[in-house]
Design a protein around this ligand. Structure first.
Ligand SMILES: *Cc1c(COP(=O)(O)O)cnc(C)c1O
Length: 451
């Protein structure tokens, strides 16, 4: 056992030691070699060390997410303390769903929740479920919202379901994240049965176009558009929604973390007045996959939607983790969240947000200076760059990915093709941005014949 674990740890260390300089995306050759894995189930056992060696042999068919110049999809890296905690937690093999089985991990969730609420400026009474990601966090919070608005309309949705229930109006911004519609569908609201509020050119809901509200209503705001980084005008919309009795949910998969920085907190103005918030830990907090958080101001409402029994009284004096999540049995992802927060502290979280946003400004400046169009207002950590025509932009992105010094992907923002840069890694520094700018400009200028 010790030899096997040491071998795996050494392999992991070798990977991590080289990750800053490896080709960021998977190479075609590495992907082609994956066919070697496609054999049928072995008849008998294999030595565990050989299993690990075979696995490690294919590590070049990964994307080097831990490379400081990986800028795709708002995917954060993993903080050293969070990764090490994850190794320990995996060895402990805890079922984090029940206090009785795992008092330590259950306690870490309570402590991490208190720290999160503090760092993110949420109401102190807020409860939370530790889930897999923002898709499930949105789903979980929407189930709490569903409970609350239907209970006020005299309907017990956990008992009687959605058939015959009073109609609930769901209001979203026209640039809500695609996964929000999936979460709405899973919660029984329908992906298409929504009122879409028109947005401005940054994807912000237009407060002047916000509809009048009647009857049971859930309003879904977005803190951080996945393309532009823009925030809906919460301070204008939440008071209106609340005056009409609506529940306000916030999808803040990465944007919620702006609240942890005194410099960027202004973007989150008014958001703490919401009723529920979803965020990811595996994006901006840089914990390992998978890790998301569903926050609900009234913890009892989240519990009413998620507890296995309809009895709303606690079964012990302790917070029972599974009372707040869709799952019963699950891994102890709260350990990593705790370790990340413990290692960063308040100033470390703020520094992470500030540095990555500063890096985004630096990259945008480098592009503008070379005459390329940055098509979003760089308010947080997202940058959208255009290199001439859509065809030229796509070709340059492909060439950048093939070069492997950095990784960024294409997106289409309100009809315009662009390269999207998301900076959310604890490792990214100004020097990485200088290198990324140099490579991007060399490739773009060569491709466009302006070098
Ligand atoms: C990434 C993202 C999601 C989905 O998060 P997952 O963790 O991938 O489930 C939802 N909303 C927004 C705004 C996002 O950026």
């Amino acid at each position: 056992m010790r030899d096997l674990m040491n071998d795996a740890a050494m392999r992991a260390m070798t990977y991590l030691a080289g990750v800053d300089e490896r080709h960021v995306g998977p190479t075609d050759a590495a992907i082609a070699r994956l066919s070697a894995l496609e054999y049928s189930l072995p008849d008998g056992p294999t030595d565990p060390q050989a299993v690990i060696a075979e696995l490690d042999d294919h590590a070049d068919a990964l994307t080097a997410v831990g490379n400081p110049r990986f800028f795709g999809f708002v995917i954060g890296a993993t903080l050293p303390a969070a990764l090490a905690a994850s190794w320990l937690a995996n060895a402990w093999d805890q079922n984090a769903g029940l206090y009785t089985i795992s008092p330590l991990t259950a306690t870490l969730e309570v402590v991490a929740l208190r720290w999160l609420v503090d760092a993110l400026g949420l109401p102190s009474e807020t409860g939370a479920g530790f889930v897999t990601g923002a898709t499930m966090a949105n789903f979980t919070a929407l189930c709490a919202a569903r409970h609350a608005v239907l209970e006020r309309a005299g309907w017990d949705v956990e008992r009687d379901g959605m058939f015959g229930a009073p109609a609930v109006t769901v209001i979203v911004g026209a640039e809500a994240h695609p996964t929000l519609f999936k979460s709405l569908g899973l919660a029984g609201f329908g992906r298409g049965r929504v009122v879409r509020v028109p947005v401005d050119n940054q994807g912000r809901m237009r407060a002047d176009a916000f509809p009048d509200i009647t009857g049971p209503t859930i309003v879904c705001l977005q803190a951080g558009n996945v393309n532009t980084g823009a925030f809906d005008p919460a301070a204008q919309i939440i008071p209106r929604a609340h005056a009409a009795g609506a529940w306000v949910h916030v999808d803040g998969a990465f944007g919620l973390w702006a609240a942890a920085s005194p410099k960027y907190r202004h973007l989150m103005a008014g958001y703490a007045e919401g009723d529920s918030w979803a965020t990811d830990a595996h994006k901006y907090l840089n914990t390992p996959y998978d890790s998301g958080l569903a926050f609900v101001r009234d913890a009892a409402t989240l519990r009413a939607a998620m507890a296995i029994t309809a009895a709303y009284l606690p079964t012990s004096e302790h917070r029972e983790p599974s009372d707040f999540t869709p799952e019963l049995s699950r891994r102890a992802r709260g350990v990593e969240v705790w370790a990340a927060l413990r290692s960063l502290g308040r100033s470390g979280i703020a520094e992470l947000v500030d540095r990555t946003c500063q890096c985004a400004q630096q990259f945008a400046e480098g592009m503008r200076h070379a005459g390329f169009a940055v098509i979003n207002e760089v308010v947080l950590n997202q940058v959208l760059v255009q290199f001439g025509t859509p065809e030229q932009t796509r070709a340059i992105i492909a060439a950048i990915q093939a070069d492997g010094t950095l990784w960024a992907g294409p997106t289409i923002w309100q009809g315009q093709t662009a390269m999207r840069i998301s900076i959310s890694s604890w490792k990214t520094t100004a020097a990485d941005i200088d290198r990324a700018i140099a490579v991007t400009l060399r490739i773009a200028q060569t491709q466009m014949g302006t070098a």
